[in-house]
Design a protein around this ligand. Structure first.
Ligand code: HAM
Length: 425
């Protein structure tokens, strides 16, 4: 039996990296004061149809949708924003005193895409959402958190790509211009784009099949259609990024693959050689209007999400070594039946005292036990033998220095606790 296509097992050796980056991201959220939200893995299908948008590839082609035994249509979440907004409305988080509501999540998402490097059918997104403020400083904060996360983990070859999709009025003007521009080429475009032209012309710019059609290059850019209000909002966002010293490039063709965006839209790309064909590390933007679409009060929102898989790919491509602890604190070697019984007790007591301990469970000979300790990179080896048992003592070896000494049994715990705490300072 094999795991389904587009899924992966994360095994020991790699899972430590996951734990490390998830801890770092959680710590960054603490500093920026984003609190964790955990929502269900599946939701009513309608949430994503309304939230992500009926005309998107995600909703049309990529959702894992099925009927449950009660005949309801449910969908494995393809992203985190719609669920977060649904929960914000359902739990009336807008009524709490501390606004904006600033949330983060880390969890698996599901999209039926063609698997390739960096594109999976189950992947883990870390994302944040700030709901309830229309201040351009929040847009800058979200982008700052995004880029800082990568930088603090050690990535250097990054590019923040920024665009504005404007407000409703600007988007309408741009939409009309797109229809006018593409209509003469309607027959040359793929069948999907012909539908998109009627449903949501902006999606034509995002088409993977027609991306090399000559009409793409000359298509009207949204930035030329921003009304004064949208223009001024965009200037303020850029001004804040400038003040923070965060570099960005403007790309008027950045449209994003989800329908809910307006004003700020951004992606962070990896420029690292060998990163692969997909260069987008993360993406996000503002989505004023989404809370109302999901049945809540008028509330603005902005957020972004990254997959941990692409983050780890980028770390590898840039040769970043994460500071992971691979050594074991202590290995208990037992020689003889009496010592074996005592080792069970001592191992338990040491673990309760906070020391990471392993012992032999395969009746290995002394040499084999020392070999195991070596393979696990043990910092200390505690030896319980006949002589030690008689003296109510243990031999303890510091594997870094090679020093060895005998200690009364009741002092082992304190000794190791002190030594190990000292080593960690
Ligand atoms: P998205 O651009 O669809 O936006 O996805 C965000 C990130 O999720 C991507 O940049 C990528 O890192 C990761 N990702 C997406 N699909 C896959 C896949 N098949 N395999 C691996 N990684 C993938 C959203 O999902 C929005 N909810 C982001 C957002 C939050 N906007 C506002 N708030």
């Amino acid at each position: 039996m094999r795991a389904p296509r587009g899924t992966q097992d994360i095994l020991p050796g790699t899972s430590e990296k996951w734990q490390y980056v998830e801890q770092q991201l959680t710590e960054i959220c603490r500093r920026y004061n984003y609190k964790e939200i955990r929502t269900p893995i599946f939701e009513h299908t309608e949430l994503f149809q309304r939230g992500v948008g009926d005309s998107t590839d995600i909703v049309q082609k990529e959702m894992y949708t099925f009927e449950d035994r009660g005949g309801r249509s449910v969908t494995l979440r393809p992203e985190g924003t719609a669920s977060t907004v649904r929960s914000f409305v359902q739990n009336k988080l807008f009524g709490l005193p501390n606004q904006p509501t600033k949330l983060f999540y880390i969890g698996p998402m599901f999209r039926y895409e063609r698997p390739q490097q960096g594109r999976l059918r189950q992947f883990v997104q870390f994302g944040i959402e700030a709901l309830g403020s229309n201040d351009p400083a929040v847009d800058a904060e979200v982008m700052a958190l995004a880029i800082n996360s990568y930088q603090e983990l050690g990535l250097r070859s990054l590019s923040l790509v920024l665009n504005s999709l404007g407000d409703q009025e600007s988007r309408e003007a741009h939409k009309n211009a797109l229809v006018k521009h593409f209509s003469p080429h309607r027959e040359e475009l793929c069948s999907d784009c012909q539908v998109r032209l009627d449903q949501n012309p902006l999606r034509v710019l995002d088409c993977k099949k027609d991306k090399d059609h000559p009409s793409m290059e000359t298509a009207p850019a949204i930035l030329d259609y921003l009304n004064e209000k949208s223009q001024s909002y965009f200037e303020k966002v850029k001004g804040h990024l400038d003040r923070m010293g965060i570099d960005y490039v403007i790309d008027a063709n950045l449209v994003r693959g989800l329908d809910y965006y307006n004003h700020t839209a951004f992606e962070i790309m990896s420029k690292a050689e060998g990163f692969g064909a997909i260069t987008t590390l993360s993406g996000g933007g503002r989505y004023n209007g989404l809370v109302e679409d999901v049945g809540g009060p008028e509330t603005s929102g902005i957020g972004f999400a990254m997959s941990i898989e692409r983050l780890l790919m980028a770390l590898e491509a840039e040769g970043v070594e994460l500071p992971l602890e691979s050594a074991l604190d202590c290995y208990v070697v037992a020689l003889g039946d009496k010592a074996e019984d005592e080792s069970v007790r001592l191992t338990y007591q040491l673990r309760k005292a906070g020391v990471q301990v392993e012992k032999d469970y395969l009746q290995r000979k002394p040499k084999g036990q020392f070999k195991s300790a070596d393979r696990m990179n043990a910092k200390y080896v505690v030896v319980l033998g006949d002589r030690e048992m008689e003296n109510n003592a243990v031999s303890i070896k510091d594997m870094t220095t090679g020093d060895q000494k005998e200690l009364p049994l009741e002092e082992v715990i304190n000794y190791l606790q002190e030594r190990l705490a000292g080593g960690k300072q």
